[in-house]
Design a protein around this ligand. Sequence first.
Ligand code: HEC
Length: 205
Amino acid sequence: MPAHLAGAMAAASAGLYTERLKHGRLGRAGLSHVNTHDSVFLKKFSLIILFLLTLTVILILFARHLNHLLPHELTAEAQAQIDARIAPVGAVFAGDEGVAQQAAATAAQQAAGAADAAYGGTLDGKVIFDQLCTACHTAGVGGAPKLDAAGIGARVAQQGLEELVQKATEGFTGTTGVMPARGGNPAITDEQMQKTVEWMVEQSK
Ligand code: HEC
């Protein structure tokens, strides 16, 4: 840029500056080009601010209105759901009291489990046999071995106790008929099957 041009521009902006000083905020508004521009801007700007303020108030009122529509009393159902969500998942057992509590909890769990197991969870082979197995094994239905030396007695002599227990538990199709798994009651535990077959073998001597 040539030096004389730069000088002219500097002079022009200095002039504008003095002009602003003369007619600035305190000067006679409207006379200066800059002042007109400023007041138009201010007018629009305050309109926008006013609009935004109004919008804010409207939004606040609207939110209050929505809030009033919501139920604020907890229903029993909602309270129960909250309780379930924040219920502790475990418990800490400490000291003598803790040991007693733990024993009680284990006992309660076992009692609940026993109720689920077949025939109250009994390990008395006779009880289970009399309620289920007798249906086939007393009369020999479908060739079911009876509780005598020729029936179960002969089978245990041939195969041994463990094999009888396993086959009776898993079920099998033999030469004469079908022995359903666990006599047809899947709720009977392995231990209960063991005890029942042992009892059957005991009766067959
Ligand atoms: C629906 C009839 C039926 C019921 C109920 C039944 N069984 Fe059997 N079971 C059979 C038949 C049939 C056989 C013989 C199948 C064959 O050898 O052909 C048999 C065979 C057996 C054997 C001999 C297994 C072997 O290896 O030879 C045992 C042990 C036995 N059952 C135990 C039980 C017990 C315990 C129950 C009750 C929990 C039970 N059964 C309930 C029909 C039944």
